[in-house]
Design a protein around this ligand. Structure first.
Ligand SMILES: Nc1ncnc2c1ncn2[C@@H]1O[C@H](COP(=O)(O)OP(=O)(O)O)[C@@H](O)[C@H]1O
Ligand SMILES: CC(=O)N[C@@H](CCC(=O)OP(=O)(O)O)C(=O)O
Length: 304
């Protein structure tokens, strides 16, 4: 059976941090009791072993505090490394990986295989029961080929992007996740899903996490990445952004690359009724606990 988080402290420093957190955290823990918190664990936020263990410990503590945590993970850099090993070049358009048949096979292998199982093992090592899934399991998510367009910055003409087997989640069935919420299990989900056309689709992990959070009416959606939040032109973190301000930053190019789908997802998630979306630095140890269980959150909070 799942163990006791507080018995897993392996250093005096960790124990002291736990005691400090606990004394202040109780009101916050109560706020999230029985609430769904979706945590998107980005490939860039996956640092060294100690950081991975701190992340797993946070997820375990959420479950032990009566929260319903759901992990959706990415793995962009790890897919890139595997493609590179196989002599395939990574190509991105608008922050999304151009995905041909061979690439989607590798994407599924890396995301739903090695990374997914690594995260499951880390959480299990904290005494919890994690279960690794992707959109295919339990008919959880169905995707359609992504229909993306881009404004060419030189000509200002809108261009349709053909990204191959890049998908957008169009159906989310919450049956399996509802079942798991009532159990000891913590779902860890890879952003791969089938289409009704029989193909397998590669879905940006941020988009996938937003769809899951929206379907479950999650209380919080946290994006763990490798920067402290959304930054302005002078690289200063913006503690809070309205939807309109975020759209303007995308339009003027301040927000670029992988931050585009992330912020677009935040906006969609808010539209679907997710109460709060935060982009924060997963490289800060215990970022999840610090965000949820302390007075001062971290990163950029996106509000309507
Ligand atoms: N305005 C911005 N503020 C913060 N990060 C930005 C901004 N514009 C682009 N980025 C880039 O977005 C990256 C985060 O997106 P991404 O690489 O997809 O992360 P993840 O793998 O965590 O999903 C940052 O590392 C940064 O280089
Ligand atoms: C369509 C698309 O771009 N899919 C992503 C899926 C992984 C992901 O999103 O990982 P991060 O969260 O670490 O960026 C990719 O192939 O890289």
């Amino acid at each position: 059976m799942p163990g006791d988080f507080f018995m897993t402290a392996d250093t005096a420093e960790t124990a002291a941090m736990q005691a400090r957190l606990l004394s202040n955290a109780l009101p916050y823990m109560q706020r999230y009791e029985n609430k769904t918190v979706v945590v998107k664990y980005g490939g860039h936020a996956m640092g060294d072993a100690a950081l991975g263990q701190a992340f797993a410990r946070d997820i375990a503590l959420l479950k032990q505090s009566g929260v319903n945590p759901i992990v959706v993970h990415g793995g962009g850099p790890q897919i890139g490394a595997m493609l590179n090993k196989m002599g395939i070049e990574s190509k991105f358009e608008g922050g999304l990986r151009v995905t041909d048949q061979k690439t989607v096979e590798i994407v599924e292998m890396v995301l739903a295989g090695s990374i997914n199982k690594e995260i499951v093992a880390l959480i299990n090592a904290e005494g919890e029961w994690a279960i690794g899934l992707c959109g295919k399991d339990g008919n959880m998510v169905f995707a359609e080929k992504a229909k993306k367009t881009m404004i060419d910055p030189d000509s200002n003409i809108e261009r349709v992007l053909d990204l191959g087997f890049v998908g957008e989640p169009v159906e989310v069935d919450r049956t399996l996740l509802d079942l798991l919420a009532r159990s000891e299990m913590i779902p860890v989900i890879a952003p791969v899903a089938p289409g009704r056309d029989g193909h397998t689709y590669n879905i940006n992990a941020d988009t996938f996490a937003g769809a899951i959070a929206g379907a479950l009416n999650a209380t919080r959606l946290l994006f763990l990445t490798d920067v402290p939040g959304v930054m302005d032109k002078d690289k200063k973190v913006l503690p809070e952004l309205t939807v309109a301000e975020a759209k303007a930053l995308i339009r003027d190019g301040t927000i670029s690359g992988g931050m585009i789908p992330k912020v677009e997802t935040c906006i969609e998630a808010i539209d679907r009724g997710v109460e709060g979306v935060v982009i924060l630095n997963g490289k800060t140890p215990h970022a999840v606990l610090l965000e949820l269980f302390t007075e001062h959150g971290a990163g950029t909070l996106i509000v309507p």
